[in-house]
Design a protein around this ligand. Structure first.
Ligand SMILES: [Zn+2]
Length: 323
């Protein structure tokens, strides 16, 4: 059941009509569920930091979510101002030991992305990662022969990555005045957070010569939109687990692209679609997770991966070539 509203036009395709997917009360309830969900799965005595790491809200929860009637993208209305977004990211502070363990964990998981990118691009070359954070992907790419540099608004994590020998430019995709092009541009963890996806696609195109490769990883708004109504039905328990284990409950993102809407956006800015890969969020369970909850997470993600070639996946990567 959906109600039509007059909202700001779709930030991806520009169409004006959309349906409300979730209202403020729905979303507030979902955020409560995120905390309950993770609290139930943590051992007694777990330090607070490990809870806040799980209930990740690098974006404040949305006030209202709409779904575009044209392209299916899920987006927030009212929209937030760009300035506040950048400050949210730039202000995050974490200590050195935490950065080191994040770096090692992310380097290991990003090896899969580095391998796929190398296959799609036909071999290593130069690259820029937008949102390079602690440098986990930069290192995974370096292991495969790439010369990747980073772009990030967070000075603390960028200083850490520079200490590993990477060139990191301070700033965002919008502010960047490119002085060169790269063989590849990768946006693994922030394309869904960028305030203006059309401007971001244009900026990414300006960083690539014809034939260059763009890689983007985002949460699947279509997956969330399809499962959200089941939160109140007889399958609410498994639906909640599937969404929460993929950090989709409460939808802490600005834009929920679908594989089709993202491919359409990129086509409008000079990209040819190469490959879409469905995926889940990386494993979150650690020594603080109750054993049954680690088993549950593994079961949920294994099942989702098993059906990823025939059913929508909670996350996806899209590879495209500049034309
Ligand atoms: Zn749209």
């Amino acid at each position: 059941m959906s109600t039509a509203y007059e909202l700001s036009p779709c930030p991806v395709c520009g169409r004006a009509d959309s349906a409300e997917l979730a209202g403020m009360d729905d979303l507030r309830a979902e955020v409560e569920e995120v905390w309950d969900f993770h609290l139930q799965r943590l051992k007694t005595g777990t330090p607070t930091r490990f809870l806040t790491d799980r209930a990740v809200f690098s974006q404040d929860p949305p006030l209202r979510l709409a779904r575009c009637e044209g392209c299916g993208t899920v987006y927030r209305n009212p929209r937030e101002h760009r300035r506040e977004l950048v400050e949210t990211y730039a202000g995050e502070q974490v200590d050195e030991a935490v950065l080191r363990s994040l770096f090692e964990a992310q380097r290991d998981t990003y090896r899969a992305q580095a391998q796929r990118l190398t296959e799609v691009a036909g071999g290593p070359g130069s690259g820029l990662e937008v949102g390079s954070y602690v440098g986990g992907f930069l290192e995974a790419a370096r292991e495969r022969g790439w010369a990747f540099e980073g772009l990030d608004v967070n000075e603390g994590t960028s200083a850490f990555a520079r200490g590993l020998g990477f060139r990191i430019t301070a700033g965002s995709l919008d502010d960047l005045r490119p002085t060169r092009t790269y063989d590849a541009v990768a946006i693994w963890n922030c394309f869904d957070q960028l305030p203006e996806p059309r401007a971001a696609a244009r900026s990414a195109r300006a960083l690539l010569p014809a034939g260059g490769t763009l890689a983007i990883r985002v949460p699947n708004g279509g997956f969330y939109a399809a499962l959200r109504p089941l939160l109140s039905g007889s399958a609410s328990g498994i639906t909640r687990a599937v969404l929460a284990h993929n950090n989709l409950l409460g939808f802490p993102y600005r834009h929920g692209f679908t594989p089709e809407s993202l491919a359409g956006l990129l086509a409008a800015f000079g990209f040819e679609h190469l490959r879409t890969v469905g995926d889940t969020l990386v494993t979150v369970a650690d020594q603080w997770t109750r054993p049954w909850a680690a088993v549950e997470e593994q079961a949920v993600k294994t099942a989702l991966k098993a059906v990823a070639s025939v059913a929508p996946a909670p996350w996806f990567e899209l590879y495209a070539r500049a034309v």
